[in-house]
Design a protein around this ligand. Structure first.
Ligand code: SF4
Length: 220
């Protein structure tokens, strides 16, 4: 909430600056204004808000906001890091070879269809390849992810890659030391594993992900 508040405050101040203000003694907004500080309570409205979001600098270079998709009452949610260029162009999560690998993992290892799960990312906008994502951008966008989790309320959350795990749990353990562990947090069982894009470069680790996803099947 604090990061969302700070991002909203910064946005308002930029808007006032563009209008020619050099100084204001007025509160840019009131913290009691629930409409500003609270995110909508439906995925449709949350997606709509994200589609118009300019709370961080990643909005400048995106083609589309890539919001989560899938079964809104899913038992299993997959969370990746950020949309790739191909996903930014199509406004859809997990496309290309990484997306195909994720679909195969869901169908062949867990034994359910991709349509039965919910898939999203920590960041909703594609970061430029040559520019590192600032921590504040992850923290700002995290508010959308946390609301998605609250609304879908999955039993199991599979984090794909280190970033999603770290920002979801605040645990900075290296992924190779924590992957496959079932962590119970706020009524969700979180299972960290490798990101499909990482597996494309390191195919020998597929067997580890296979073992991690068998735990998802066991929990279901
Ligand atoms: S990355 Fe997230 S916080 Fe930043 S502009 Fe996109 S939707 Fe908004």
């Amino acid at each position: 909430m604090k990061n969302l508040h700070n991002a909203l405050l910064l946005k308002r101040l930029y808007q006032l600056k563009e209008l020619g203000y050099q100084y204001t003694s007025e509160e840019p907004f009131n913290e009691d204004d629930k409409n500003l500080l609270e995110l909508p309570n439906s995925l449709v409205a949350l997606k709509q808000q994200a589609l118009n979001c300019h709370l961080c600098s990643l909005s400048k270079n995106r083609n589309h906001v890539v919001f989560g998709e899938g079964n809104e009452q899913a038992d299993v949610m997959f969370i990746g890091d950020a949309p790739l260029e191909i996903e930014d162009n199509a406004s859809k999560v997990f496309l290309g070879r990484g997306g195909e690998m994720l679909t195969a993992m869901i169908e062949k290892v867990i034994g359910i269809s991709r349509q039965e799960v919910y898939i999203t990312n920590l960041l909703k906008c594609h970061p430029l390849a040559n520019k590192a994502v600032h921590e504040s951008e992850y923290h700002t966008c995290k508010a959308y992810l946390f609301k998605e989790i609250e609304l879908v309320n999955p039993k199991i959350i599979v984090t794909l890659g280190e970033k999603a795990y770290h920002y979801l749990t605040n645990d900075t353990t290296e992924l190779e030391n924590i992957r496959g562990t079932i962590i119970v947090k706020d009524k969700h069982s979180i299972i960290p594993t490798y990101h499909p894009s990482f597996l494309l470069k390191n195919p020998s680790l597929k067997k580890d992900v296979f073992e991690d996803l068998k735990k998802v099947k066991g929990l279901l």
